[in-house]
Design a protein around this ligand. Structure first.
Ligand code: ADP
Ligand code: MG
Length: 369
């Protein structure tokens, strides 16, 4: 989607990705096949770029730091990616900057985990510090008896774990924040994200919350991003609690699933905005040009052909709905719960769009998905 936005502005994107037929390869100016976790590869790749950016935080950050010292321009800065790629370090960073968060604690053995359980209560959220995405890397223990198995599911203490107090949220919100090279900051409208089994299913824009909550969410997001270095778009995931508090869940230093709706619903999509920011163009208007949008993720069903068929039936149905746009990423393999594409509906109100979305799912028999 970054490459699609780049083509409109004649910005040439060279992609580094280990998979020969990765979705971006068909759209990029050039594609270097290789790992973004391998030092020599990243160095060779960087030589070919005027500016380096990442759309995953799981990259070899030590090499990025070395390249920055040699004068390579990396946006956002390697220091930002270093903080964010370790969720525990991220929490330490934001708590030092006075950002409200669920309480958290590092754990190194079962005894410490039990103590954390006594302190925070249950359910207890256990998270891997690194290499986590789309819920992979989180495990919930509902009682002390479930701690061992939750830790085993995450691969044990060796990978680096920490716990978070359960956030009793009534809604999850997110704000995409853009920062230009001149440090100007713009926030997109606050959205609501709906997760199932730790993975994002639906995004509603704008979020149906009182003005005071919108302002608070914006302020927390603005403050969080102000504490990081470099240009680009960032996603700030937030919890809204019953008593009207906003807590930060996590930050992504890149375009994000909660901002996919901006392609159709905002004057400047998050992808165009990211490119404007990293290459040093003026930031664009982040406001919505439609009253409302809903984004629905197409998650992988079973492996192989039947799963593809289900998703394609849904796309065919979506194409008959006014204001709907289907995005299919053409990932070479389908896996259960993998993000394979998404559908965005734009229209007069979130209520109307919800009804359209429900009818789209019901006609194909997907209402429980
Ligand atoms: P990922 O990197 O997979 O997005 P997150 O840490 O954002 O992982 O967690 C995924 C989802 O799990 C969140 O969107 C939220 O629904 C739930 N979650 C995460 N942390 C907590 C918490 N402390 N309390 C309650 N739910 C949580
Ligand atoms: Mg998340």
């Amino acid at each position: 989607m970054l490459c699609q936005a780049a083509s409109k502005m004649a910005i040439k994107v060279i992609v580094l990705d280990p998979s020969e037929n990765c979705p971006a390869s068909a759209l990029a100016y050039d594609h270097m096949v290789g790992s973004f976790d391998d030092s020599a590869t990243v160095e060779e790749f960087a030589k070919r770029c005027g500016v380096l950016t990442a759309e995953t935080e799981h990259v070899d950050v030590a090499t990025l730091e070395k390249l920055e010292q040699q004068g390579i321009d990396c946006e956002p800065k390697a220091s930002t990616i270093r903080i964010i790629q370790d969720k525990y370090l991220q929490k330490v960073h934001f708590s030092r900057h006075g950002i409200p968060l669920p309480e958290f604690m590092e754990i190194n053995n079962l005894e410490e985990t039990k103590r954390a359980g006594e302190l925070y209560g249950y359910p207890l959220m256990i998270k891997g510090k690194r290499l986590a995405y789309d819920g992979r890397g989180n495990a919930v223990a509902k009682s002390e008896g479930e701690l061992s198995s939750a830790i085993d599911v995450l691969g044990g203490f060796g990978r680096g774990l920490y716990v978070e107090k359960w956030a009793p949220f009534i809604k999850e919100l997110a704000v995409i924040v853009a920062r230009g090279r001149d440090n100007s900051i713009l926030c997109y409208p606050v959205v609501e994200t709906i997760h199932k089994e730790n993975i994002c299913h639906i995004v509603k824009a704008p979020a149906d919350v009182p003005w005071r909550i919108r302002k608070l969410a914006n302020d927390v997001a603005y403050k969080a991003i102000s504490s990081l270095e470099g240009a680009g778009v960032f996603a700030v995931e937030l919890f809204l609690t019953r008593d009207g508090q906003i807590l930060l869940n996590e930050v992504a230093p890149r375009p994000h699933n909660s901002g996919h709706h901006t392609i159709e619903s905002c004057y400047t999509s998050q992808f165009e905005q990211h490119l404007r920011a990293v290459v040093g163009l003026p930031l664009g208007d982040p406001s919505m040009k439609t009253p409302a949008a809903i984004m629905y993720n197409l998650l992988g069903e079973d492996e192989g052909e039947p799963g593809f068929k289900v998703a394609h039936q849904l796309i065919a149905r979506a194409l008959e709905i006014p204001g709907a746009t289907a995005h299919w990423y053409d990932k070479p393999e389908m896996r259960r719960q993998r993000k394979m594409g998404h559908i965005t509906l734009v229209g007069p109100s979130v209520g109307v769009l919800e009804a359209r979305q429900k009818s789209m799912l019901r006609e194909e028999g997907y209402e429980n998905r």
